[in-house]
Design a protein around this ligand. Structure first.
Ligand SMILES: NC(=O)C1=CN([C@@H]2O[C@H](COP(=O)(O)OP(=O)(O)OC[C@H]3O[C@@H](n4cnc5c(N)ncnc54)[C@H](O)[C@@H]3O)[C@@H](O)[C@H]2O)C=CC1
Ligand SMILES: O=C(CO)COP(=O)(O)O
Length: 641
């Protein structure tokens, strides 16, 4: 040794002293003291160093706390923010952790049984990875079975408790459970070593051992979460993805685990799991970004559009979450069953769209807010008189980044200003999200039977238009987009009133020439009315499906037309007719006729719109339907120069 009496110890002294104190008390240490001349030097060093010694137990405990925070900090936040509030996810995570434990048990059993390879690390890695992946797959199968039963019998109950069956969340919670338990198993021993007696490199390895292991364990937890998401969502997607996703997971898991075999080469191996995690995060985030669709309404048109969209998105699995939530105002049917249960069990809306199969991925929910909670696209399709109340209930309950599309034909007149208040405006103003409109000649039953039709979409946002195109446009349902959101919507409401006029004319057995005049003059009033309110971007809009085509279709076979025809034939009130013929479906024409009448009256314009005026008065049974036909001769159209 070089430490002279009275001199300061140099680095070599400190180094050797550090090593000896680490083994102090052992046989080797005693041997050294007894059989060499090192003892006086050691005593001098002890005198000099001990007064300056930092309490190592505090240091090592701090290291243990630091490593624990590295390992569990992020997973803990993930748990608190994404799992803890969902009992269903907690159950999934715990069950998945249990599956991991069984996989490890079986893997150890196999290793133990194959005696020649028992001590080969590579064999252990192979067994561990294969068993984990087999159990990941088994877990997926079990959940798939459970999902089916849950949806069949318990959906309402689950929803009421905030336990919706969200496949992505299930994959996430399953991966989290798998990762958490696997990470915990690989770190607990290491963490206990961090508490002392010394934390300087094990077996001469890097001093960064503990911290590196902590980061690696965090990576294990995160990777397992990503792997389950990739694994489960790929299996859900089907096709080639069924094989690619799981293969990717098994390969990356194997590569990651094989790092164990490189332990002795130390440093560069740390970067591999980080690259792996990065790659998996990017794969996973694309799955997380899949847009969710909610349909607010499940009547005749609501159920039809749900079927249509479910068919459309079946080919767009990367972009759209396949499950479509459809809000269904709960009602008890004649046999005592609940409508939502019937829809989810029989996959048919036997009340509002009988004999049409609703795909399994359309789930009817009785809870309005639950149905739209995570939705990126909200499709409103309820009778217009319920829009204000429905939107009020949804206030502050929808994603701020979502957008809406209204298929509702009808509007309000603001009581204070006597101005038109469109459904799209109510949605926009109450929910604070943009709202597009789609109207056209779309008699629901025919759309459900895949009979060719077209529609007009009102949108001023190219991205949203593209989304609507993806969801709706197809070989038997073509759409055209215009920026005239409001005019499209007003036309949709007004045509119901003029279709009633066509019904009155047919009910009175009017001549074909007169029936044609009713349609032309009615269409003229529709255009003139729109021009009182909004300036169209182009007059072409009136020749689109939302204009002339919807009027023709509705006047040939719409519910409003049929109801009005029956009124003219029987003298019954529309309320009675609605009750007798429509089994809960709703005539939108009478309500709109009333609103239009009020709007025109407030502006002293009733004489300029005699058909709108008379339609309302007939609905109210204040005049007879023949008056409408008699008044055609003095229509203001004939005073026009
Ligand atoms: N049926 C069709 O062929 C077409 C309808 N439309 C329009 O779509 C809208 C919806 O029509 P449909 O789906 O046919 O409905 P519908 O006429 O079948 O009405 C029944 C629906 O109204 C719901 N409802 C009853 N009371 C309610 C309340 N208090 N709050 C909320 N919802 C309630 C019922 O739950 C049921 O889903 C209407 O504005 C209609 O003009 C547009 C194009 C085609
Ligand atoms: O809007 C419709 C077709 O485009 C349906 O009209 P009805 O509500 O009169 O059936």
């Amino acid at each position: 040794t070089c430490l002279q009496s009275g001199a300061e110890p140099n680095l070599a002294d400190l180094n050797v002293y550090g090593i000896l104190t680490a083994i102090e008390g052992s046989d080797a240490f005693q041997d050294l003291m007894n059989n060499t001349k090192i003892q006086p030097w050691f005593a001098r060093m002890k005198n000099l160093v001990e007064p300056h010694r930092i309490d190592t137990s505090i240091m090592t405990i701090l290291e243990c706390i630091g490593c624990t925070l590295i390992v569990y900090g992020i997973p803990f936040s993930m748990f608190v923010f994404t799992i803890a509030h969902h009992p269903f996810r907690i159950i999934i995570a715990m069950t998945s952790a249990f599956f991991w434990l069984i996989s490890m048990l079986l893997s150890s059993l196999l290793r133990f049984m194959v005696v020649p390879l028992r001590n080969q690390l590579a064999f252990a890695v192979l067994c561990a990875v294969l068993f984990q992946e087999i159990f990941r797959y088994l877990f997926y199968r079990v959940i798939k079975k459970a999902e089916f039963s849950l949806q069949k019998v318990q959906l309402q109950e689950l929803t009421a408790k905030g336990m919706t069956f969200d496949r992505f969340a299930v994959a996430y919670a399953a991966g989290y459970g798998f990762g958490f338990i696997s990470g915990t198993f690989s770190i607990v021993n290491v963490l206990s070593d961090t508490t002392g007696p010394g934390t300087i490199g094990i077996f001469g390895h890097s001093q960064d051992f503990f911290i590196a292991t902590a980061f690696l364990t965090l990576t294990i937890i995160l990777l397992n979460t990503f792997w389950s998401i990739i694994f489960f969502t790929s299996l859900d997607k089907g096709g080639i993805h069924r094989h690619l996703g799981p293969a990717l997971v098994v390969i990356t898991h194997m590569l990651f685990s094989c790092l164990t075999l490189l332990n002795r080469t130390t440093k560069p191996t740390y970067s591999i799991p980080i690259v792996n995690a990065f790659y998996n995060t990017s794969k996973m985030s694309s799955a997380a970004q899949r847009k969710k669709i909610a349909i607010v309404g499940s009547g005749n048109w609501g159920s039809t559009i749900a079927i249509h969209i479910a068919d459309k998105i079946a080919d767009l699995k990367d972009e759209y979450e396949q499950k479509i939530l459809m809000w269904c105002k709960e009602e008890t049917l004649d046999d005592g069953s609940k409508l939502t249960e019937v829809i989810n069990e029989q996959h048919e809306n036997i009340k509002y769209l009988p004999h049409e199969r609703i795909p399994d991925n359309v789930i009817a929910l009785p809870d309005l807010c639950e149905s739209v909670k995570d939705a990126d696209i909200l499709i409103f399709v309820i009778p217009h008189q319920f829009v204000k109340k429905t939107c009020e209930e949804l206030k502050n309950k929808v994603k701020p980044s979502a957008f809406a599309l209204t298929l509702i034909k009808g509007f309000y007149i603001d009581e204070e200003t006597n101005n038109i208040l469109l459904v799209s405006q109510v949605i926009k103003n109450t929910l604070n999200i943009p709202c597009l409109s789609m109207m056209g000649a779309n008699i629901a039953r025919e759309v459900a039977e895949k009979v060719f039709c077209e529609a007009t979409v009102g949108s001023r946002d190219d991205k949203h238009s593209e989304t609507v195109r993806q969801l709706i446009d197809g070989p038997f349902f073509r759409i055209r987009v215009y920026p005239d959101v409001e005019i499209i919507e007003i036309l949709g409401g007004l045509k119901n009133v003029i279709a009633m006029c066509a019904g009155f004319a047919d009910g009175l057995n009017a001549g074909f020439n007169t029936r044609a005049a009713v349609l032309r003059l009615g269409f003229r009033e529709m255009v003139n009315f729109c021009r009182l309110v909004e300036k169209e971007s182009t007059a072409e809009i009136y020749l689109e499906s939302c204009g002339i085509a919807d009027l023709i279709a509705s006047s040939l076979g719409g519910r409003n037309y049929n109801g009005a025809k029956k009124l003219a034939e029987t003298n019954k009130s529309l309320k009675e007719i609605e009750k007798e013929d429509l089994n809960g479906q709703s005539l939108q024409g009478p309500g709109t006729a009333k609103e239009v009448y009020r709007f025109l009256q407030g502006r002293n314009l009733l004489d300029q719109f005699p058909m709108f005026r008379d339609a309302y008065l007939i609905c109210e049974q204040k005049i007879k339907p023949h008056c409408l036909l008699e008044n055609l001769t003095n229509h203001p159209e004939f005073q026009r120069k």
